[in-house]
Structure formats: structure tokens, C-alpha cells
Design a protein around this ligand. Structure first.
Ligand code: NAP
Length: 500
């Protein structure tokens, strides 16, 4: 039985339109595949061309609007999002599965960043620099870049578009957005609300459709100057390669294989709460999920038994049900991938709990996987090295600090690392020695990512001040009021000698 359908369109130049081809695809709930959230345009390159043209046409007026005025629009957007927080959260849980409390957090992140970037409209500071020449003024100012392509994943379907879009807009850019094909409804509703806030037509455009069609067309378009992407590392590499053809600026936020280290002196209750939340929150589908628990051998048995008990009590189900602790994974393909890793894990390590898709108790219509723990996992086992992106965590016993640092840093990713200890010396060593973009002490690995090292990205950082650097072009400006030709570095030497 189909529960509900609604047909949605692309947003191009302020008008809601179908894909040129008329092709469509459905978004279905991972908790119940009979629940069709809506039908969306399966767009292609022609739709992307139209969206980029609309963004290009809107750029002059938007980029010339004083930044504080752009900020006022973002303030209004933030307020509208806050008014619709519950509606957006419920839609998110229905479309991508995370439990309602987590969806509320996801929407709140977008609201917070909207307020934050709105405030930046009153700053967007440049720099004044003392000139080495007399009677000369030197400064550096920020300029908007142009059309920004924003390509986002399904796991934070409102927070991540917000993190990227709001700094891009406050800096004076216009945007073409492509949501993940698993969560187009979240993006479309989010953008509808943004437009209510008074964002002018064409400043933000949305094109739904596949990565291969819409994503590639955005990345390859010569008039898109910047790509901001979050997703899988392989996709990021592919995007980087294609974007190089047109010398685009590219920010990549990619995968993780994040460890929590639980040392012999740790507060084990706190470490347990944090491990359960970090490993199984969002069904393990966070880039910052704790998929490795590196546990000191002296507390290993006690910790693993306590973890097993807690995980045995977790309730799987529809995220809209308040009793649910762990929602579905995103789709059946994900269930297959996680099951394949669980099978690998059985050969590599000891299964503590879980390891199977979950179908009993009314879960047969959705995509569910049991929360799964392996222990006695070798640091170089596949389940300890590769991003599984599901509710599976690997316990790796350790005995020395040197071994721990080596294992923490042995994976190709470097997103988030965490240490539970009461030893201040070790805490500071972890900050210095764990190779990651995010470091936590006595807190789990999950939280807002700002970017990572190694295969987690290409060196950019999101959400904070650094986002403004990514979305603006620095221009150095010199005003010479000496009334004569002053040749920097050449006449300077002459002045130096004269003074000597
Ligand atoms: P994904 O498969 O790489 O997809 C991400 C986005 O890229 C989707 O919109 C996808 O479209 C699009 N895409 C796919 N192929 C493309 C191509 N060739 N060119 C342009 N766009 C393309 O990743 P995902 O499964 O949605 O997300 C999970 C991954 O994201 C995990 O690896 C996770 O660690 C990472 N992640 C990282 C962060 C961070 O901040 N570091 C945060 C969240 C998630 P379709 O949906 O149409 O395929």
C-alpha cells in the first residue's frame, strides 16, 4: 500500500519546474518502503545548465547587495527555519530514518549556522597591512567568487546544506544545490522555507537527480567556480579529478574511521555512554561515528560486557516512534553492504552481538541492521580499516600508549578521534599525536565535523570562520598617495641605503 505521494520540482530562477526530460524518481522511507515521500525530477545536464544560468544572472545584484543586508535576510531565514523545526525534523526522520531527537539536532545545526553567518554579514573583515613604502595604503578585501555548486549527502540532509549554503551566501555568491537522491524532500522543503525568508529569485537553485547526471554536470560546468562537496571518499576523488579541468576551487568533506580510545584509568560509565552514542547514533551512519573502540586490555572484558548489555537493550524501529533508540539504515543496498562487512568480520574477529539484518518485530518493510559489536579485532583487519557506515563497531584491545597512537593513525582517514582518560599528560599527548581534524577528550567522536586530515578531505574546514575564506576571493589593494612612482622592493632598497 502506498501511503502518500507528492510531486516536487526543481527550483530554477525562482520558478518550480519539472526536469526538461520529464523523468522522475521516488524517495521512499527507509523505515517502511511503502511510504513514498514524493516524486522528484530525475534531472540532467540541461536542467543544470538552466540552473547555473539563473545563478549567474542573479549574481551581480546579490553580490552588490551590502553584506549586512544579506545578513538580515539570513536572520529572517533562521527564524523561519526555527518556526518550522518540528515539521522539518519529522520530514527528515521519515525520509532518512534517524530518530526524531537527532533530526531535531540536525535542523538546529542549520538554524545555528544561519544565525552565525547572518552575524558575519556585519563583519566579513578584511585586513589593513602597513606598507613598506611611504605614503602608501595596503589592504586585503574579500570578494564574492560567483556560482557555487553544492553537492550533499543524505546523512545530514539539512545541516550540511546549511553549513555550506549560508557562508556561501553571506560572502555574496549564488548557488546551485544537488541533494542526495535518498533525501530530496528534505532539501526541497528546506529551500522553500529559505525563499520565504526573502532570498531573491535565482540566488539559490535546486536540481534533483543522480550524482552521475546532475552531480557531474555541476562539477564540469565552466560557469561554476566553486564546488563544496560532502560524501564518500571515492566520489570526492572523482569530483576533484573532473573539477581540475576547469580549475575550480573544491572543498571535500569525506569519510572517517574514527576511534575512541578507552584507557585503563577512564571513567568507564562515561566512556560507555559515549561509545554507545558515538557508535550507534544515526545507526552508525555519521562520518564521525566511532567504528573503532581501542580499549586498554586491563578494562577490556569489563567494558565489552557492559557494552554488550547496553546494546542488547537498544530498541530498533521507526525513528518517529519515541521508544526507538536506533532507526533504519538508509536503504537495502546499505543493508547488503553492512551484512557483507559483518560476514568478513566473522572471519576476522569475535562477534559479541548482532551481525544480521533485522526483520522481525514489524521491521520487514524497512532497511534495518542489528547493532553489531566485534572484539579481538586486529588493527589491520578490514572491519577496522574500512568505513562500513552502519551500526557496526570493532573493539581493538591494546596494552601500550605507543601501540595505541600507531593504531589510531593507521587508517587512511583522519576525521575525529577521542580519548577517555583522567591522565592530563595522555590527554595532551593525544591532542598532539592523534592525526585528525577533530580531537575529543572525555567525549565521544561525534559532533559537528569541521573537516579532517588524510583521505577525509583536501584540507578545507567548514562551519567556522575558515568557511568564509573558502567562499570568498581575497583581493590585495594598494593606494599610493605619494604622487610619484614608487617601485616596491627596488626603491625600498634605495631608501634603506639613504637612511644608512
Ligand atoms: P556519496 O555516495 O559520495 O554521495 C554524496 C553526494 O554526491 C550525493 O548527492 C550523490 O548523489 C553525489 N554524487 C555521487 N556520485 C557523484 C559524482 N560522480 N559526481 C558528483 N556528485 C556525485 O556519499 P553518501 O553515501 O551520500 O554519504 C556518505 C559518505 O559521506 C560517507 O563516506 C561519510 O563519511 C561521508 N560524510 C562526510 C562528512 C564530513 O563532514 N566529512 C559528513 C557527512 C558524510 P546521489 O545521491 O544521487 O548518488
Amino acid at each position: 500500500m502506498t501511503i502518500a505521494t507528492h510531486t516536487y520540482q526543481n527550483l530554477i530562477g525562482g520558478r518550480w519546474v519539472d526536469a526538461r526530460s520529464g523523468a522522475t524518481f521516488d524517495s521512499v522511507s527507509p523505515a517502511n518502503h511503502d511510504d513514498v515521500i514524493g516524486t522528484f525530477p530525475a534531472s540532467g545536464a540541461a536542467d543544470v545548465d538552466a540552473a547555473v544560468e539563473a545563478a549567474r544572472a542573479a549574481f551581480p545584484a546579490w553580490s552588490l547587495m551590502p553584506a549586512p543586508k544579506r545578513g538580515e535576510i539570513l536572520f529572517k531565514v533562521a527564524r523561519i527555519l526555527a518556526e518550522h523545526k518540528e515539521e522539518l525534523s519529522r520530514l527528515m526522520t521519515r525520509e532518512m530514518g534517524k530518530v526524531l531527537t537527532e533530526s531535531r539536532g540536525d535542523v538546529q545545526e542549520a538554524i545555528d549556522v544561519a544565525y552565525y553567518m547572518a552575524g558575519e554579514g556585519r563583519r566579513l573583515f578584511g585586513q589593513t597591512v602597513p606598507s613598506e613604502m611611504p605614503d602608501k595604503f595596503a589592504m586585503a578585501i574579500r570578494r564574492p567568487i560567483g556560482v557555487v555548486g553544492i553537492i550533499t549527502p543524505w546523512n545530514f540532509p539539512i545541516a550540511i546544506p546549511g553549513w555550506k549554503l549560508f557562508p556561501a551566501l553571506i560572502c555574496g555568491n549564488t548557488a546551485v544545490m544537488k541533494p542526495a537522491s535518498d533525501t530530496p524532500a528534505c532539501m526541497v522543503r528546506f529551500i522553500e522555507l529559505l525563499m520565504e525568508g526573502g532570498i531573491p529569485d535565482g540566488v539559490v537553485n535546486v536540481v534533483t537527480g543522480s550524482g552521475g547526471e546532475v552531480g557531474n554536470a555541476i562539477v564540469e560546468h565552466p560557469d561554476v567556480r566553486v564546488i563544496s562537496f560532502t560524501g564518500h571518499t571515492d566520489t570526492g576523488v572523482e569530483i576533484s579529478r573532473r573539477a581540475a579541468e576547469t580549475l575550480k576551487r573544491v572543498s571535500l568533506e569525506l569519510g572517517g574511521k574514527n576511534p575512541i580510545v578507552i584507557w585503563e584509568d577512564a571513567d568507564l560509565d562515561l566512556a560507555l555512554d559515549s561509545a554507545v552514542w558515538s557508535a550507534f547514533g544515526t545507526s552508525g551512519q555519521r562520518c564521525t561515528a566511532a567504528s573503532r573502540l581501542i580499549v586498554h586490555r586491563s578494562v577490556h572484558d569489563q567494558f565489552v560486557e557492559a557494552l554488550r548489555k547496553r546494546v542488547a537493550g537498544l530498541v530498533l524501529g521507526d525513528g518517529l516512534d519515541e521508544k526507538t533508540d536506533v532507526g533504519p539504515v538508509i536503504n537495502d543496498k546499505a543493508v547488503e553492504r553492512i551484512a557483507a562487512y559483518a560476514a568478513i568480520g566473522r572471519n576476522e574477529a569475535d562477534l559479541v552481538i548482532g551481525g544480521e539484518a533485522a526483520r522481525d518485530g514489524g521491521l520487514d518493510k524497512g532497511s534495518f541492521f542489528q547493532p553489531t559489536i566485534f572484539t579481538e579485532v586486529k588493527p589491520d583487519a578490514r572491519i577496522a580499516m574500512e568505513e562500513i557506515f552502519g551500526p557496526v563497531t570493532s573493539v581493538i584491545p591494546v596494552e601500550t600508549w605507543e601501540e595505541t597512537v600507531r593504531i589510531v593513525n593507521s587508517v587512511k582517514y583522519g576525521l575525529s578521534t577521542s580519548l577517555f582518560t583522567r591522565d592530563i599528560n595522555l590527554a595532551f599527548r593525544s591532542i598532539r599525536d592523534f592525526d585528525s581534524g577533530l580531537g575529543y577528550v572525555n567525549h565521544g567522536t561525534i559532533g559537528a565535523p569541521f573537516g579532517g586530515t588524510k583521505a577525509t578531505g583536501n584540507g578545507h574546514r567548514e562551519v567556522g570562520q575558515t568557511a568564509l575564506d573558502f567562499f570568498s576571493e581575497w583581493k590585495s589593494v594598494y593606494i599610493d598617495y605619494s604622487g610619484k612612482l614608487q617601485r616596491a622592493q627596488i626603491d625600498m632598497e634605495f631608501i634603506d641605503q639613504e637612511q644608512v
